[in-house]
Each structure stands twice: as C-alpha cells, then as structure tokens.
Design a protein around this ligand. Structure first.
Ligand code: NAD
Ligand code: ZN
Length: 374
C-alpha cells in the first residue's frame, strides 16, 4: 500500500499497512517508487521525536529499529497533549536537539499523532534552517495531519498561529500501532475519514457504510483501505493547491468552520478535534439543506454514518456554546473578512460550494438547526 504524493516540486511516499515499520530502513533507503531513496548519514546522530505516551508504548522498539539500520539516535520526548504545541516546548525541544548534537544532516523521525507531527515537523523545518524529517503517524487523525505539509505550533491567542509549509521525506504509517489507541481517539480520527469520503463521492462513502464495523474494530485490511483513500483525497486536493493560494485547498475546511469554533469554545478540552468536526459536518450540512443547496438524502447518510461510528451529534450543553458565541469565534478566523463568514458547503456527494454568510444570517441558521435538534 504505497502512494506517492506530489506537492509542488516535492514528492514523497506514503506507505500504509500492518507492520510497515518493521521494514523501516528498507522503505527509507530503497529507490523510488518503492522507497524514499533517503539514506540517513551514519556519522551524525538522528532524532526520534515522540510524546510521553507513545514513547512508553513504542519508543524502545522504534529506536531499536533505527539502530538496526545502523543509525545513531537519541530521543526527544515531549509531554502528550495539545499543550505541547507551544513556543515553550518548541524552545525546549530545540535545546535537546542542540545538546544531543543534531546537525544539518540529521533526520528527525516524528513518531506520534498530530501533535508530534505538527511540532516535530516544525522543529525539523526550522532547526538550522531545516533538516529532513519522516512522519511515523500513530493515530487515525494523523492520516490527515501527516500529509499535506502543514507543520506548526499554537499561540495562546490562536491555534496553529505559527507554522510553515514543509514536506516530509516519507510517511510510514503502521496500522498495527493504532491498536493501543483509546476508543475515543479512534472515533475522533474517523471524523476526518468521513469528511474525506464525502468530499470524494459515492464510492468512498459506500465503502465506509459497508465496512464501518470492521473499521471501528481496526480490521487491518478495511482500516488500511479507509486510511489510504482518505490520504488520496487529501493528497489530491493538496497537490492542486500546495500552499493554499488558489482556494482549492479550502474544501478541506468542510465541517471545520463550525467545528473549530466549538473546539475553541470548549477550551480544546471538552471536545476532541474530531468530535467537534463530526458535529460541524452535521450542522453545516443542515445549514446547506436550509439554504436549499444540498441534494436530497446526503445529510441523512452523513449523519447516519457519523452515528454508526459512535459520534454524539447533539449540540453540547452550556452557555459557552450559545450560537452568538459560536459566530463571534467564527468571525475571528483568519479566513473571514467584513463580518461575513466563509463556509464550504456540501451540495452533493463529492461536490462543494463556497458561500459567505453575514454573521446575523449564520446565527439565525445555527439557532434554527439547534431548534430542530441537531
Ligand atoms: P495527539 O497527537 O495529541 O494524539 C492523541 C493522544 O493519543 C495523545 O495523548 C497521544 O499521546 C496518544 N497516542 C498517540 N498515538 C497513540 C497510540 N498508537 N496508542 C495510544 N495512544 C496514542 O492528537 P491527534 O488527534 O493525533 O492530532 C491532533 C493534532 O493534529 C492537533 O494539534 C491538530 O491541530 C493537528 N492537525 C494537523 C493537521 C495538519 O494538516 N498539520 C491536520 C489535522 C490536525
Ligand atoms: Zn481537522
């Protein structure tokens, strides 16, 4: 299961499957199309970048695999959780890299979920003006975050406020590592899979409908296919608009206009990213229906699939989630100008449309959807 991703002038392989990590060196060193053609210099130390949870589970094993490739490695282990995508942790990690003797020829291996991928990728992209990095994703969500070249950290005032576009040299995605994920993290990651399916169209959506139970049970075949298809959708969009300058890449914000606002209002604690996105997908599709632009039956299929994956599609309790607050947060988003909120709406399976709605109109739609009981 290898797919090559082309972004701008860069191309890198994404290898997905059960046990692919066991062949780490061979995937790295083999010439394309099988491998990345990346032979890390044996004379410099390389970096295994991970978080505390993943380190406890897989740190020793992956370090041993890297040593078996003849590489000297040292570990940089950050605390698990979104709070590590901070300037403070970034500065600390760079210090560890310097003290460990990492140089310009060192390769950083980011082993973990989206937090490790975003932070580790940003460290690599900026360390001594940029060193090579390889993504070793360990969450379902990371099928999204490890692909696409966006790396960065948060600022207290805004998520992902500091970052760059930087492409990994390879993504090696061993689905066997997903088996230790807490069920809530599995489900959360599946929200982006559902998003990618509805962006792609009938074939991917009906595949998920047919295989939902197997995917949730992390059946290797069904899971690898679900993830590879998602990666293909993202890769296709990204390759047509690598630096988000043409507006094409914006379709990936499906479910995220409302989703991000809910995540922010929950202080990034109450709702996991995917939980907020799942609700955002449902609510935005209801707004699209109210606008009369969504084909009949699509919203029902979307909500039914999300429900089968176990998402709670009820609006969260509490004053914090008042529609007026949601609109206020949506307006702060960098994509919105002049009191209008930019949405990407589904119009059919595999079809989308951009619409800018005035803040009052957005709020009225949210209130109506809430009354219906989304
Ligand atoms: P995460 O990296 O925090 O991982 C979730 C939790 O699962 C963590 O506690 C982690 O330690 C643990 N974990 C990871 N792998 C595990 C495993 N195999 N077994 C057991 N536990 C494991 O979160 P995430 O959901 O993977 O990623 C969220 C982040 O991704 C957010 O910061 C988001 O902004 C970012 N993101 C980035 C992009 C992008 O394009 N760069 C896209 C989407 C999301
Ligand atoms: Zn997302």
């Amino acid at each position: 299961h290898t797919r090559w991703i082309r972004q701008d002038r860069v191309e890198y392989p994404v290898v997905v499957g059960e046990g692919v990590l066991d062949e780490l060196c061979s995937y790295l060193a083999s010439a394309p199309p099988r491998g990345a053609g990346l032979v890390p210099a044996p004379e410099v130390p390389h970096v295994l970048f991970t978080d505390t949870t993943v380190n406890a589970l897989y740190g020793d094993r992956v370090e041993a695999l890297l040593r078996a490739c003849g590489l000297e490695v040292f570990r940089v282990v950050v605390p698990a959780g979104e709070a590590s995508k901070s300037l403070a942790t970034y500065e600390w990690a760079v210090g560890e890299m310097l003290q460990g003797g990492a140089g310009r020829k060192s390769v950083l291996f980011a082993l973990g979920g989206g937090v490790v991928g975003d932070l580790g990728g940003f460290v690599a992209a900026t360390y001594m003006r940029g060193i090579a990095f390889v993504q070793l994703p360990t969450t379902i969500l990371a099928h999204d975050s490890a692909v696409g070249g966006k790396v960065g950290i948060d600022h207290p005032l805004a998520k992902n406020a500091l970052g760059v576009f930087a492409f990994p040299r390879a993504v090696l995605y061993d689905t066997a590592l997903l088996r230790t994920l807490p069920p809530r993290e599995v489900r959360s990651g599946l929200a982006e899979v559902v998003k990618h399916a509805f962006l792609e169209g009938e074939e991917y959506v009906s595949f998920l409908e047919a295989e939902a139970e197997k995917i949730m049970a992390l059946d290797p075949g069904a899971l690898a296919e679900a993830l590879l298809r998602g990666i293909a959708v993202k890769a296709d969009v990204v390759s047509r608009d690598p630096y988000e300058t043409l507006g094409i890449r914006e379709v990936l914000n499906l479910g995220h206009t409302v989703g991000h606002a809910l995540e922010t209002l929950g202080g990034y604690r109450s709702l996991l990213h995917g939980e907020a996105v799942a609700l955002g997908l449902a609510v935005e599709s209801r707004i699209a229906e109210r606008l009369g632009i969504l084909a009949h039956g699509v919203r029902m299929r979307l909500e039914a699939l999300l429900a089968r994956f176990g998402f709670d599609l009820r609006w969260p309790e509490g004053e914090a989630y008042d529609p007026a607050s949601v609109v206020r947060v949506m307006l702060r988003d960098k994509k919105n100008v002049r009191k209008k909120i930019r949405f990407v709406f589904l119009t059919d399976l595999g079809k989308t449309e951009f619409r800018e709605l005035a803040s009052e109109e957005s709020e009225a739609h949210l209130r109506a959807v809430l009354r219906e009981g989304a």
